[in-house]
Ligand binder design. Structure first.
Ligand code: 5GP
Length: 120
């Protein structure tokens, strides 16, 4: 995958329930599911069901304002649902230097352990 690649990703198969995922939140616009390779006791990905050009956050335009708000708000709802009352971290990797591997916008929700800063 590359930043300019607009082809479907594995996340489309998760959205369409063609491959299983541990879904923790779903509504008309947003899906949240546990990362297959968790980097913290809680590691959840929050994604738009309709990618609509959002291969990554660097592709965001004004037409995405509503979905971007929904994604952040959903991350907060899921953090609460997961009992992360003492804090958590949200991460968006973008492009090769940002270590992005799946080109369908996603917010990582990480929690359940002490995070460090800077992340490295
Ligand atoms: P990125 O590196 O693009 O920021 O994050 C992609 C994330 O998707 C990685 O943390 C990776 O573990 C996760 N991932 C990749 N394939 C799958 C999958 O098939 N199922 C689930 N649940 N997570 C996946």
């Amino acid at each position: 995958a590359s930043p300019s690649d607009d082809s479907p990703t594995i996340f489309d198969k998760i959205i369409n329930k063609q491959i299983p995922a541990n879904i923790v939140y779903e509504d008309e616009h947003v899906l949240a599911f546990r990362d297959i390779s968790p980097q913290a006791p809680t590691h959840i990905l929050v994604i738009p069901k309709l990618r609509n050009g959002l291969t990554g956050i660097s592709k965001a335009e004004e037409k995405h304002f509503e979905i971007l708000g929904r994604l952040l708000y959903t991350a907060k709802i899921v953090a609460k649902q997961e009992g992360l009352d003492d804090g958590f971290r949200l991460v968006i990797n973008d492009g090769p230097s940002g270590c992005q591997s799946v080109y369908h916008l996603h917010i990582h929700l990480l929690g359940g352990r002490q995070m460090n800063w800077p992340p490295g």
